[in-house]
Design a protein around this ligand. Structure first.
Ligand SMILES: NC(=O)c1ccc[n+]([C@@H]2O[C@H](COP(=O)([O-])OP(=O)(O)OC[C@H]3O[C@@H](n4cnc5c(N)ncnc54)[C@H](O)[C@@H]3O)[C@@H](O)[C@H]2O)c1
Ligand SMILES: [Fe+2]
Length: 392
C-alpha cells in the first residue's frame, strides 16, 4: 500500500523566527487572530515586519474558541473584501482552524464545510497562501491537514482532513506563547501528548509518524512541567512548541483515536477546553485499549520505554504508561476526572446520551486499535466522572 507523509514546505523555529517573513513574497496579508491574542501585541509584531516591507495589512480579531461555521463564513467574507494574497493565522488551534476553513471558503465558495472530506481536490492557492504562527503549544494545526469546526445548530465538532489545507509556512516563535496561563499551558500540552500517543496506536500508524511521536512524547514529559512551572522559560516554551509540532505532523499523517472522539464530544457538549478534554480521556483510553488489544499493548509499552520505564512485561509497561500520564497531569494541574474539572454530576448525567452519541459519530473512532459498541463508551464516561481506572 502506498502512503504520503505531508508537512509544510517550511517550518521556521526559534527566537526571532518571525523574521523569516521578510523573505516571504506577497502584497496583502490578512491576519486572523482572536481578541485576547491581539491584545497581547503579537499580530502587531508581525504587521510591523510586513509593513516595513510594503505589504498592505488587515487584522481580523474575531475568531472564536472552537469556531462555528458561521464564524468561519464571517472570516471568509472579510478576506474576500480585502482581497488577501496571504493569510496569516496568529493564535491557538481555534484561530488556525478558522483561518484554514475560511481559506477554503475564500477560494472555493461552492464548498459546504460540513461536507469537507479527505478525498476532494480543493485546488487551493489560486488566490492565497496560508502561514500559521501558533500561540499555544498543543494542537499542531500549523502543520496539519486537519480542521475542526462546530456545527451552528447542534454544536457538534466536525473534524476532517484534506491535504490541500497543510499550511505553506509554520513559524514557531517561543515568545508568542509566554503569556499563556499555567492552566492553558498544561491543557494544550496534554493535547500535544494525546496527539502523539494516539498517532502511535492508530491503525494508520507508519514509520514516519512513529518517529515524530517518539521524540514528541519524550519532549512533553521533559518540558511540559518546566513550561508550567516557569512561564518565562523560553527554552521550555520553544521545546513545547516543537513537541506540539512533531505531534501534529505525527497525527496529521496517521490520525488520532478514541481519546479525541471522547474529547471532541466533551468540548462540544460540556464546553470543556480541547486539551483539558482529550487529556482527561487519554489515560482511560490507554487502559481500555490495553485490556483488549495486543497491538496497542506493544505500542504503549514502546512509549513507556521512551520515558524510562524498564518493565519487561509489555502489559505491565503499558499500564505503567497510563499511570505516568496521570502523574504528569497531576504535576501540571490538568484534571483527570470530570469531578476534578468541576463538572456537576447532574449536568454530566443530563448530557451523557449526547456525549456518547457525538463520540460514536466522530471520525477518530475508526482508527482506534480496539473495536467497541456505544455501551462501552458510556461506561468509560461513567468511570471518567469519578476518576476510576478502566478495568474492562
Ligand atoms: N486542526 C488541527 O490539527 C487541530 C488539532 C487539535 C485541536 N484542534 C482544535 O483547536 C482548538 C483548540 O485550540 P487551542 O487548544 O490552541 O486553544 P484555543 O485556540 O481555543 O485558545 C484557548 C484560549 O487561549 C487564548 N490564548 C491563545 N494563545 C494565547 C497566548 N499566547 N497567551 C494568552 N492566551 C492565549 C485564546 O485567546 C483562547 O481564549 C479546538 O477547537 C480543537 O478542536 C485542531
Ligand atoms: Fe487535539
Amino acid at each position: 500500500m502506498s502512503w504520503e507523509f505531508t508537512v509544510p514546505p517550511k517550518i521556521a523555529f526559534g527566537e526571532d523566527s518571525i523574521e523569516v517573513l521578510e523573505t516571504f513574497q506577497g502584497k496583502s496579508a490578512f491576519i486572523i487572530t482572536d481578541g485576547m491574542v491581539n491584545s497581547l501585541g503579537y499580530p502587531d509584531r508581525v504587521a510591523k515586519i510586513l509593513s516595513d516591507n510594503r505589504w498592505n495589512i488587515a487584522i481580523w480579531d474575531c475568531a472564536e474558541p472552537d469556531p462555528k461555521v458561521s464564524n468561519v463564513r464571517d472570516a471568509a467574507e472579510a478576506m474576500r473584501a480585502f482581497e488577501a494574497d496571504t493569510i496569516i493565522a496568529i493564535g491557538g488551534g481555534s484561530v488556525m482552524d478558522t483561518a484554514k476553513a475560511a481559506w477554503v471558503l475564500y477560494e472555493r465558495p461552492d464548498i459546504d464545510l460540513a461536507a469537507l472530506n479527505p478525498f476532494e481536490e480543493l485546488g487551493l492557492r489560486k488566490k492565497a497562501r496560508l502561514i500559521c504562527i501558533p500561540t499555544t503549544a498543543g494542537t499542531g494545526s500549523e502543520v496539519t491537514k486537519a480542521v475542526v469546526i462546530r456545527d451552528d445548530e447542534t454544536g457538534r465538532k466536525m473534524a476532517t482532513i484534506n491535504t490541500d489545507m497543510v499550511p505553506d509556512l509554520a513559524i514557531l516563535e517561543p515568545s508568542f506563547t509566554k503569556d499563556l496561563p499555567k492552566s492553558l499551558t498544561a491543557y494544550t500540552g496534554m493535547d500535544a501528548l494525546t496527539h502523539a500517543v494516539e498517532a502511535f496506536v492508530s491503525t494508520w500508524k507508519n514509520d514516519f509518524s512513529d518517529a515524530c511521536t517518539l521524540k514528541a512524547v519524550q519532549m512533553v514529559f521533559e518540558w511540559l512541567p518546566k513550561a508550567v512551572e516557569n512561564p518565562d522559560d523560553l527554552e521550555a516554551r520553544g521545546k513545547m512548541l516543537v513537541a506540539a509540532n512533531l505531534a501534529g505532523m505525527s497525527f496529521s499523517n496517521s490520525q488520532v483515536a478514541l481519546g479525541h472522539s471522547l474529547g471532541h464530544s466533551m468540548g462540544a457538549v460540556l464546553r470543556l477546553q480541547h486539551g483539558l478534554a482529550v487529556g482527561m480521556a487519554l489515560p482511560y483510553t490507554i487502559e481500555f485499549n490495553t485490556n483488549d488489544s495486543d497491538e496497542a499493548v506493544k505500542n504503549y509499552a514502546e512509549l513507556a520505554r521512551v520515558i524510562g520505564v524498564t518493565l519487561k512485561n509489555p502489559k505491565r509497561a503499558a499500564k505503567k504508561f497510563a499511570e505516568m500520564v496521570r502523574e504528569l497531569m497531576d504535576q501540571v494541574g490538568s484534571p483527570t476526572s470530570f469531578k476534578a474539572a468541576k463538572v456537576k454530576k447532574k449536568d454530566f448525567k443530563a448530557n451523557l446520551d449526547k456525549l456518547v452519541d457525538f463520540s460514536m459519530q466522530d471520525a477518530a473512532i475508526t482508527m482506534n486499535p480496539r473495536n467497541f459498541e456505544s455501551s462501552a463508551l458510556r461506561k468509560i464516561y461513567e468511570y471518567m466522572y469519578d476518576g476510576t481506572p478502566i478495568d474492562f
